[in-house]
Design a protein around this ligand. Structure first.
Ligand code: G
Ligand code: G
Ligand code: MN
Ligand code: NA
Length: 254
């Protein structure tokens, strides 16, 4: 309850900020994407992880204004990068299933793109398999509507959910993100290595791109690259950083 009230205050005061973590293409080495990661800087408690406050915001409905703020900020800042000549990277935004399942979700995304004059393909939505849980048919219909808008869809935390692989062939998605729990042990655990290679191979047969998250070491990167993973994200390349720092980072690389 305490956190809920403080969350309300934080939404009103906009005590949030977006960090961005680069996503790197394995072949060209270029930054092709940026994952937007929400940070709450609490006046006395310091940074509070979204893993802590997003579930509360989902229960109270506060996730809706919060998500609007995230989408608005991410679209504005990626547009700013474009205007500064740093064209190329798209922005990936984490979408709560609670938000995704709202009836006006697609209209909201469309309005946000118009508001900022942003090309739809520069926006990627990261959803998890849990969006399929309540009403899979409806979720698939929503995904088709988003596809028609032109935004990209990635399945986050892939391999950790409960949904049937049967859905995968029916989902109009672009990319799967291999969960970092698999990446963590790919060098030391033969099972994780096998699962990871299986995901990559299956995704490629379905014409999906694969990004590995949580890549922390050179051996992990080398193994994933050898396994034909397309894109990489993790501390080995860059940590999530504030927008100003991101601009410096991109300038230095372009
Ligand atoms: O960046 P970090 O590791 O602290 O993120 C922790 C969790 O919070 C991750 O599961 C991430 O997907 C989630 N998260 C980060 N930013 C957002 C956001 O803007 N919206 C939602 N719904 N979840 C987010
Ligand atoms: O659930 P989601 O994939 O959105 O969560 C992304 C989270 O992973 C972010 O909170 C981010 O801070 C964290 N993260 C990003 N790169 C790494 C990494 O290399 N190692 C670890 N342990 N966490 C990472
Ligand atoms: Mn994510
Ligand atoms: Na993830």
């Amino acid at each position: 309850v305490v956190l809920r009230n403080e969350l309300q205050k934080a939404i009103e005061n906009q005590d949030f900020t977006l960090y961005y973590q680069p996503q790197v293409d394995g072949r060209s080495g270029r930054v092709v994407g940026l994952e937007a990661l929400l940070r709450w800087e609490h006046p006395s408690r310091g940074f509070i992880s979204p893993a802590l406050f997003v579930p509360i915001a989902e229960d109270t409905g506060q996730i809706i204004p919060l998500s609007q703020w995230v989408l608005d900020t991410a679209c504005r800042q990626i547009k700013e990068l474009c205007e500064q000549g740093m064209t190329g990277p798209s922005v990936a935004v984490n979408i709560s299933p609670v938000h995704f399942q709202r009836s006006n979700f697609v209209a909201g995304i469309s309005a946000m793109l118009s508001k900022h004059g942003l090309d739809a393909e520069l926006l990627e939505l990261e959803i998890t398999e849990t969006v399929l849980l309540n009403n899979a048919e409806r979720a698939i219909d929503t995904l088709h509507q988003l596809k028609r808008l032109g935004v990209k869809i990635a399945i986050d935390d892939f391999g950790t959910g409960f949904s049937s692989l049967n859905y995968l062939k029916r989902l109009p998605i672009d990319k799967v993100k291999i969960d970092r729990t698999f990446v963590q042990e790919i060098i030391s655990d033969l099972h994780d290595a096998a699962i990871t290679q299986g995901i990559i191979s299956m995704a490629h047969h379905l014409r999906l791109k694969v990004i590995a998250e949580g890549v922390e070491t050179e051996p992990q990167f080398a193994f994933l690259k050898k396994s034909h993973c397309d894109e990489f994200q993790g501390y080995y390349f860059a940590k999530p950083m504030p927008f100003a720092e991101l601009q410096d980072f991109l300038r230095a690389r372009m």
